[in-house]
Design a protein around this ligand. Sequence first.
Ligand code: SAH
Length: 245
Amino acid sequence: MNRAGKPTPAFFETLAAQHIELEPGELEKLEAHLEALLEANERFNLTAVRDPAEAWVRHVADSLSLVPFVAESGAKSIVDLGSGGGFPGIPLAIAMPEVQVLLVDSVGKKVRYLEEVVQRLGLPNVTVRQTRAEELADWKGGLRESFDAVVCRAVGGLATLVELALPLVKIDGLLLAIKGEKAPEEIEEAARALKELQGEVAATQRTPTGTIVAVRKLAKTVRLYPRDQGLPARKPLGVKVDPGS
Ligand code: SAH
């Protein structure tokens, strides 16, 4: 059964607006990813987007909106933190085969699904790991300060992401977060996290599907960060947490 359908005109228009070009073989792989997503979504929840036409824009094109940013940065090794259904990491890896992509998620069944997709599509530049971002960035022997960039979407507020992502990137490396219309408020809210983690907002740019916030790491991260598992999300640095939540 073909659940993913074919890429829609709206999908191609979105890419054209950002001058993103794909090879024919890459389109087939993007379609196979969407097919695997919608198939797995019948077994357990990976996405609320069930309409394939909508998924082509909201998942695939939205993920690909990072291509110009990754290309411009020259990043050759990236981590997708909290990859879930594989966004944005899998479409990025398909469109940029020269970039090494590590997909990370803390949930076992999502990781098994991601491994299956990578195997089915044959993506030599992708690896998958079940872990929490906090653990991956641990100074005791994780992969601290070893990536050119972290990409992520829908994993947390910017203050949380700065604490989870900046320890993983090299000095001068980037956090590239896909955000929505609230990006300016999130940047304001992340002031303390940016200061503590030595990050600087290098760019905020609207795309056809969202807003990309690029944060550059200016200096080595102190050992204190990221704090213990769960804390960066539960008590984001410098953010007043609603006592009722
Ligand atoms: N990036 C995907 C999924 C977003 S849902 C998308 O945009 O569609 C958030 C995902 O992040 C979930 O799959 C969750 O398991 C994972 N996640 C949340 N916090 C995490 C952490 N600290 N470390 C690793 N994965 C995390």
